[in-house]
Design a protein around this ligand. Structure first.
Ligand code: ADP
Ligand code: MG
Length: 273
């Protein structure tokens, strides 16, 4: 007797079904098969409705898993979305412009985004949020702080593996380089960065965040010629957002301070003497 025949037909079907669902990588239907079937039976769905409902769940979950995987690969420093960004708190950022950029048309044309402004205004938050929108649309995104990126390039250069590193960093559709200008680059490092920018020029997009104005980039790169060459390529097809405003964290602190004093004065004025 074959092992198949030792089981009831329902048991065999169930086992085979699970195997097929696994083979087809329909993980949500596989995990929730009993619940999905029970629900269908209870609500007297048609066969077509059941299939629709089960596949809808699978596709929704697949999308969530794909996004999570893309975010892990991107190595974002924190989880932030454009929906989390408080535009009222930062009138220096035009919501309509961010909404337009969230459509990722800039990406299709290999355009760049520069987010410039003082610390705490949400440059990294917006860069991560825009990166997330790109992942949602099926693009590969990679996040690096400028300091880490440069040390990666320098190490690769020292090991004679610069070409391989440049290739690797040219692959993602969007490369986010965060905090350019917090530390000035040595001349050699600036030239490595220049090579990377040249490699990606008009092929892949770059999102750069910096607390330094573009006119100060000569100082950042320690060499006016290299800085001009970098700027030339970065700015050629670019969206520049200058965020002038107060640090969000400081604003929150100040607000809670104000609320504290408002509270104290209310208590004092209503306390009978
Ligand atoms: P920056 O990169 O400009 O120095 P960040 O993006 O790191 O600033 O922002 C600092 C913190 O404040 C982060 O936790 C970020 O999510 C938050 N933040 C900044 N601006 C806003 C805002 N307008 N709405 C919501 N959170 C904000
Ligand atoms: Mg930042």
């Amino acid at each position: 007797m074959s092992p198949r025949q030792t089981k009831t037909s329902k048991g065999v079907e169930q086992e085979q079904l699970i195997e097929w669902l696994e083979h087809l990588k329909l993980r949500t239907i596989q995990t929730h098969l009993d619940a999905l079937c029970e629900r269908a039976a209870k609500s007297k769905m048609s066969y077509r409705e059941f299939l629709y409902h089960a596949l809808e769940r699978e596709i929704e979950d697949k999308e969530i898993r794909r996004l999570a995987m893309g975010e892990r690969l991107a190595k974002f420093p924190f989880e932030r979305t454009l929906q989390d960004y408080d535009f009222e708190a930062q009138p220096g950022v035009e919501q309509a412009r961010i909404r337009e950029l969230s459509q990722c048309r800039w990406l299709a044309h290999g355009e760049n985004i520069l987010l410039l402004g003082p610390p705490g205004v949400g440059k990294t938050h917006l860069a991560v949020g825009l990166g997330r929108e790109a992942i949602k649309r099926g693009h590969r995104v990679s996040f690096r702080s400028a300091v880490n990126l440069l040390s990666e390039l320098e190490q690769a250069h020292q090991k004679g593996e610069l070409e391989r590193k440049l290739k690797e960093l040219s692959k993602p559709s969007v490369l986010i380089v965060d905090e350019l200008g917090y530390l000035p680059f040595a001349k050699e490092a600036s030239y490595l960065f220049f090579q990377l920018i040249t490699r990606r020029y008009e092929k892949g997009s770059v999102i750069l965040t910096s607390n330094r104005a573009v006119r100060e980039w000569g100082e950042v790169f320690g060499d006016a010629v290299v800085a001009t060459a970098i700027l030339d390529r970065v700015l050629h097809h670019s969206h520049v957002l200058m965020i002038r405003g107060e640090s969000y964290r400081l604003r929150e602190k100040r607000k809670s301070g104000l609320m504290q004093s408002a509270l104290t004065s209310t208590i004092t004025s209503t306390t009978p003497s």
